[in-house]
Design a protein around this ligand. Structure first.
Ligand SMILES: [Zn+2]
Length: 449
C-alpha cells in the first residue's frame, strides 16, 4: 500500500470514528447491519422508475376504464427518499466517475475522477474500509470491472479513461496485504489480458478462481473469485435473449458465497451499469430491459436480506441519463406495449437492416409495428448511402415517436435520484439527502465494527 493510501485510511478512520459514535448514540435502539449491499442503477432517473412501472405492468393496465391502479414495482415498495448528485464544480451535472466516487467515499470530486478528490489525493472507499475491517468485499457490474462505478470502489486514478492502469491498481493496491475485493464479476478481459500484462494469470497465481462464462457461475463455490464475461461490457440484456437477466445471474451465487461461514459480514456493490448506456442512445426498449434485470436483482437481494435479517440494502442511481420523459410530442400518452414488442437494441436493429433484403418485413418482425412509406424510403436511402450513424438515430426516433417517449439529451441530467432501502438502519435514508450522505451513513456502520 502506498503511504498516501495508508495515511488516507488512517485519517479517514479517525474522522469516521467520531462520526460513528454520534450515529450509534442516535441509533442505540436499532441494531447495526452485519452485511451491506449497495446497488447503483447507472443513469436511472426517477422517470426510468415510472416508465418501468408502466412497462412491467403494461399488460395489466385498463386504459380508459377508470379507477386504474398500476401495481407497485419492487423499487416502489422500498422507496424511501431522494438524493442530489451534483459534482464538485460549477456544472451541477455529474459524470459516472465523480458520482461513483461520491457514492463510494462520501466526498465530492471533479468529473472523471476515480477515487480521488479535487487535489488528486486518494479518497478511501466504503469497500476499502470494509476490507480494512476484515469484511468480505465484492463488486458486480454489467460493465467492465474497470468502468467508472466499480473502479471508484476498487481503485484510485486521475481519469476514468485509464482503464489499463485501473486494472493494474485493482491487483497491485492492497489492504492488509491483500487484494481489496474477494469477488469481482463483470466484463473487461480487454483490460485484464493485455500484451504487456496478463492480470488474469496473476490473479490465478494468488489463488483467485477465474470464470469466463456466465454458465460456469453455478460451479463458483469458493472465494476469492474473478469473473470476466466479455471483452468490455456484457452484451445488452435486450440482445441476450438466452439470459437477459445477467446481473441477477451473477448476484444470486455471489450472495451465497459471500455469506458462507462469514462472521464478519460483507460489503457488496452491485451496478446496473447499462441503464446508462441504453439511455445515452435514447433507446427506450434497451433501457427498459436493463431495468427489468435490475429490478429482478433487487428482488433477489431483498429476499436474501429478509431471510438473513442482518443485511442493509441501499439502492440509488449515480445520476439520470437521457432526460427521459414518459410522454412526448405534445401528446398526452405513453405506450409501453410498443416498447415490449421491440426485440433488439438499436445497434442490432441497424445491423439487421443492413443485412436485410426486405426491410419492411425485417422491421416489422423486430419491432412489432410497420414503417410508413415515407419512413421506409428514408431508411432505404440511408442504407444505400451506408450512413449507419444516421440510420441509428432515425430508427430510435421512430420507436420513441411510436411509443411517445421523450428524451432531452444524449448525456446526463442533474435531477435528484431515488433512494431505496431495506433492513437494519434503513430508516436513516428517509427523505432528501445528498449522494455523499449515503456513503457517510454506510461508512459509519462499517466503522463501528
Ligand atoms: Zn453515462
Amino acid at each position: 500500500m502506498k503511504f498516501s493510501t495508508l495515511f488516507t485510511l488512517i485519517s479517514t478512520s479517525l474522522l469516521l470514528t467520531a462520526c460513528s459514535t454520534q450515529e450509534v448514540a442516535n441509533n442505540k435502539t436499532e441494531k447495526l447491519p452485519k452485511n451491506i449491499i449497495y446497488m447503483i442503477g447507472d443513469g436511472m432517473s426517477m422517470a426510468h422508475l415510472t416508465a418501468y412501472r408502466h412497462y412491467a405492468n403494461s399488460s395489466e393496465q385498463h386504459i380508459g376504464l377508470g379507477n386504474k391502479v398500476v401495481p407497485q414495482t419492487i423499487f416502489d415498495e422500498y422507496f424511501v427518499g431522494v438524493a442530489s448528485t451534483l459534482p464538485d464544480d460549477d456544472t451541477l451535472v455529474t459524470d459516472s466517475a465523480s458520482s461513483a466516487t461520491a457514492l463510494a467515499s462520501g466526498e465530492k470530486t471533479y468529473n472523471g475522477a476515480i477515487g480521488l478528490d479535487n487535489d488528486k489525493s486518494n479518497l478511501t472507499s466504503i469497500l476499502e474500509h470494509a476490507k480494512f475491517k476484515g469484511m468480505l468485499t465484492g463488486t458486480i457490474s454489467t460493465s467492465q470491472v474497470t468502468h467508472a462505478t466499480p473502479a471508484s470502489f476498487l481503485a484510485h486514478n486521475e481519469s476514468r479513461h485509464n482503464q489499463n492502469e485501473i486494472a493494474d491498481a485493482i491487483f497491485d493496491q492492497h489492504i492488509n496485504y491483500k487484494v481489496k475485493a474477494d469477488l469481482m464479476l463483470g466484463g473487461g478481459t480487454d483490460y485484464f489480458i493485455r500484451e504487456d500484462r496478463n492480470l488474469v494469470k496473476e490473479f490465478k497465481q494468488i489463488g483467485f478462481n477465474y470464470f469466463s462464462e456466465l454458465s460456469q457461475l453455478s460451479d463458483m463455490d469458493q472465494l476469492p473469485v474473478l469473473g470476466l464475461f466479455a471483452p468490455k461490457g456484457l452484451p445488452y440484456a435486450i440482445d441476450s435473449q438466452d439470459n437477459p437477466n445477467r446481473l441477477l445471474a451473477m448476484t444470486k451465487p455471489a450472495l451465497s458465497l459471500l455469506n458462507k461461514n462469514n462472521p464478519n459480514g460483507f460489503f457488496l456493490m452491485i451496478e446496473g451499469s447499462q441503464i446508462d448506456w441504453c439511455s445515452h442512445s435514447n433507446d427506450i426498449a434497451c433501457a427498459m430491459q436493463e431495468m427489468e434485470d435490475f429490478a429482478q436483482t433487487l428482488s433477489a437481494v431483498i429476499e436474501f436480506a429478509k431471510k438473513d435479517g442482518n443485511t442493509l440494502v441501499v439502492l440509488t442511481a449515480d445520476h439520470g441519463t437521457g432526460g427521459l420523459s414518459v410522454g412526448a410530442n405534445k401528446q398526452y400518452k405513453w405506450l409501453p406495449n410498443v416498447i415490449h414488442k421491440v426485440k433488439a437494441s438499436a445497434g442490432e436493429l441497424v445491423k439487421s437492416i443492413f443485412a436485410s433484403k426486405d426491410i419492411a418485413k425485417t422491421w416489422l418482425d423486430s419491432t412489432g409495428f410497420e414503417l410508413t412509406s415515407e419512413q421506409l424510403t428514408s431508411v432505404k436511402e440511408l442504407k444505400a448511402q451506408d450512413k449507419s450513424k444516421e440510420l441509428y438515430a432515425k430508427i430510435m426516433k421512430f420507436i420513441n415517436d411510436q411509443s411517445f417517449t421523450g428524451w432531452t439529451t444524449t448525456g446526463h441530467v442533474g435531477d435528484d435520484v431515488a433512494v431505496i432501502a431495506y433492513g437494519p438502519q434503513s430508516n436513516k435514508f428517509v427523505g432528501a439527502q445528498d449522494n455523499t450522505d449515503l456513503a457517510k451513513k454506510l461508512l459509519s456502520y462499517i466503522k463501528t465494527k
